[in-house]
Design a binder for this molecule. Structure first.
Ligand code: PMP
Length: 306
């Protein structure tokens, strides 16, 4: 999935042409991972493009920045507007939105405070993250030999660039072993999440997902799925999940802005249920895709018209 350029990128308060959104090679964030980002989607609806869960993403962006001491010059309201304006100016029907804040050029000590914080927002078209069939047919995953970071090492709850070295190790190993994704255990050996997705398990008609304390990123899609489960009258619990529950599960699925809701058809080459998308995964997906496409009433106000 190569990047397809758009016309403009918002950079530190102004729009610049895509090819001119450049930074110096001695940018602090490049050397030390001192950057925070978000991943957001805008969907095509009958009323025009609409951004999904914009406020939740903007507030997580600011929370991540607070965690790693990245003070932003722009207020959340300003950033929110800039996101909408970037989608508008680039004329997308649907797109992926990538806000990023980082320590810029200034000094090259690890101590970051001589480096100004820069912010950018890019938007570009993005198709299904795991290919066109994945949402229906599911993906094969393997439990990673890597672990998520221990709680006192890196801030798992903050969407900080440096954390994604862990994600890269996980996804590269998974692909090398012939899986589409890896599932990662936390430092105590309980299920945490995928390289860039949260995970849900269905057992006996009930949904289960690891809690915040299992080294996960608190996914926006995860929160929406918990709400959708309640709307559908399904019970959903956040609990520590031992690895063996993966092998006994009736259904498993991944959630995230990129993967949306993608069924898992096998774990470590053991098929999940009968290896096909299960009925609960399907009903949560139907409701989710109905809302984001503007076909089902958006009763929680998740869509922001561009
Ligand atoms: N975990 C990680 C590590 C992620 O990078 C993502 C993607 N942002 C998720 C979970 C899913 O989060 P969301 O639903 O907010 O996209």
């Amino acid at each position: 999935m190569k990047l397809i350029p758009s016309k403009f990128i918002w950079m530190n308060g102004r729009f610049v042409p895509w090819d001119e959104a450049r930074i110096h090679v001695l940018t602090h964030g490049l050397h030390y991972g001192s950057a925070v980002f978000e991943g957001i989607r805008a969907y095509a609806t009958p009323g025009g493009p609409a951004v999904f869960a914009l406020d939740a993403h903007v507030s997580r962006f600011y929370q991540s920045c607070r965690v790693v001491d990245l003070p932003l010059r722009h207020e959340p309201g300003e950033l929110r507007e800039a996101i909408l304006e970037t989608v508008r100016r680039n004329g997308h029907d649907a797109c992926y939105i990538r806000p990023v804040a980082f320590r810029g050029y200034g000094s090259l000590g690890v101590w970051p405070e001589e480096c100004d914080v820069e912010v950018a927002i890019a938007t570009f078209p993005w198709q299904a993250y795991m290919g066109p069939d994945a949402v229906e047919k599911g993906v094969d995953v393997g439990v990673s030999s890597w672990r998520r970071m221990a709680p006192d090492t890196l801030p798992a709850m903050a969407k900080v660039a440096g954390n994604y070295v862990n994600s890269q190790l996980v996804v590269v190993e998974a692909r090398r072993h012939g899986y589409q994704e890896g599932l990662v255990l936390d430092v105590e050996g309980f299920v945490s999440e995928g390289s860039g997705q949260n995970v849900f398990l269905v057992q006996g008609g009930r949904l289960h997902t690891p809690p915040i304390g299992a080294s996960i990123l608190a996914g926006v899609t995860r929160a929406c799925v918990l709400q959708l489960a309640a709307d559908l009258g399904l019970s959903a619990v956040q609990m520590r999940i031992p690895r063996e529950m993966l092998y006994a599960a009736d259904e498993l699925f991944l959630t995230g802005t990129a993967v949306e809701i993608t069924p898992i058809k096998s774990v470590d080459r053991r098929s999940v249920g009968d290896g096909r998308r299960g009925p609960i995964t399907r009903s949560v997906q139907q409701r989710f895709f109905g809302i984001v496409r503007g076909e089902v009433e958006d009763q929680h106000g998740w869509l922001t018209r561009v």
